[in-house]
Design a protein around this ligand. Structure first.
Ligand code: COA
Length: 257
C-alpha cells in the first residue's frame, strides 16, 4: 500500500511506521491520521509483532497536530478531530504486539501523546518532548491528560500540562517519561536491536502480556477520554484558541485575554 504522509516497512516481524511530512516537522492533519490508522491496520494484518513509530527527517518525531489545519475549527470539527486522534491512540494501545516510539526530535502535543500511547519510548539525546497545547489556548485532546499520569507523578503531569514545559531527553528520562536516551546517530540501530529481540519472543505470550498490562490502566479510561475530548473541542472558537494558533502561524507571540 502507498500513502502520502506515512511510510510503512514490514520485515521479520517488525513494522517501521514513519510519519513523513518533514517540511511541517511531521505535524499531522486528518490525512496523516487516516494514513497512520491504515498503516497500523496493515502492520496488524501482516502479523508484525513489533511496531516502531518515528518521524521522517533529522529534526522531529512529530511536532503535534497541524496547527494551521485546525486553527479555524468549530467545536464540532474539533470534536471530530479529537475522535480521530484518540482513535489512533486506541489503535496504538490495541496493537497486539509491542509498540516502540523512536523519538528522534521534537515530540509535542499530539506527537507526545502518540509517543505516550506506545508501550516503550526510546529517545535520541536531541529529543524534546512536551504537552505544549496550553500556549495555543487549548489542552491535550488525544489522550495526554490520561496517558501522562501513567508514567509520571500526578504533580508532574499537572505541571507539564499547565505550564506547557518542553523537556529535553535527559530530563524526560529522569522523570520516567521515556525509558532510554541514546546518542542521536545510534537511535535506529538501537531500536532495531530491541525490536528484533522482541520479535523473537513467543508471540502469544507477548500479546497476552501487553493485554494484561493495558488492563491495569484501562478501568474508567473511556469515560475519561470522553471528558477530555469534550473539554478539548469546547476550547475551539474561544478567543485564546484563535489567538494562540493564529500567532503561531504568523510567527509572533500570542496575546491572550
Ligand atoms: N503544525 C503545523 N505546522 C508546524 C507545526 C505544527 N504543529 N510545527 C511546526 N510546523 C511547521 C512550521 O509552521 C514551519 O513551517 P514553514 O516552514 O512553512 O514556516 C515548519 O514546520 C518548521 O517549523 P519552525 O517553527 O520554523 O521550526 P523551528 O525549528 O523554529 O521550531 C518547533 C520547531 C517544533 C519548536 C516549533 O515549530 C513549534 O513550537 N511547533 C509547534 C509545536 C506545538 O505546539 N505542537 C502542539 C500542537 S497541538
Amino acid at each position: 500500500m502507498s500513502w502520502n504522509t506515512v511510510t510503512l516497512d514490514v520485515a521479520d516481524g517488525v513494522a517501521n511506521l514513519t510519519v513523513d511530512r518533514p517540511d511541517a516537522l511531521n505535524a499531522m492533519n486528518t490525512e496523516t491520521l487516516g494514513e497512520i490508522e491504515s498503516a497500523i491496520a496493515e502492520a496488524t494484518e501482516q502479523e508484525a509483532r513489533v511496531l516502531v513509530l518515528t518521524g521522517a527527517g533529522d529534526d522531529a518525531f512529530i511536532a503535534g497536530a497541524d496547527i494551521d489545519y485546525m486553527k479555524e475549527f468549530s467545536t464540532p470539527e474539533a470534536l471530530a478531530y479529537a475522535e480521530r486522534g484518540q482513535g489512533v491512540v486506541r489503535d496504538l494501545r490495541g496493537f497486539p504486539g509491542v509498540t516502540i516510539a523512536a523519538i528522534n526530535g521534537y515530540a509535542f502535543g499530539g506527537g507526545c501523546e502518540f509517543a505516550l500511547a506506545c508501550d516503550l519510548r526510546v529517545a535520541s539525546e536531541r529529543a524534546v518532548i512536551g504537552q505544549t497545547e496550553i500556549d495555543l489556548g487549548i489542552i491535550p485532546g488525544w489522550g495526554g491528560t490520561q496517558l501522562l499520569q501513567r508514567l509520571v507523578s500526578d504533580e508532574l503531569a499537572r505541571r507539564l500540562i499547565f505550564f506547557g514545559d518542553r523537556l529535553d531527553a535527559t530530563d524526560a528520562h529522569e522523570h520516567g517519561l521515556i525509558g532510554e536516551v541514546v546518542a542521536h546517530d545510534d537511535l535506529y540501530d538501537h531500536v532495531d536491536e530491541m525490536a528484533a529481540e522482541l520479535a523473537a519472543k513467543p508471540r502469544h505470550a507477548l500479546y497476552a502480556a501487553k493485554e494484561a498490562l493495558n488492563a491495569y490502566h484501562e478501568t474508567g479510561g473511556e469515560g475519561a477520554m470522553t471528558v477530555e475530548r469534550r473539554a478539548w473541542s469546547g476550547l475551539f472558537g474561544t478567543p485564546d484558541q484563535r489567538e494562540g494558533m493564529t500567532a503561531f502561524v504568523e510567527k509572533r507571540d500570542p496575546e491572550f485575554e
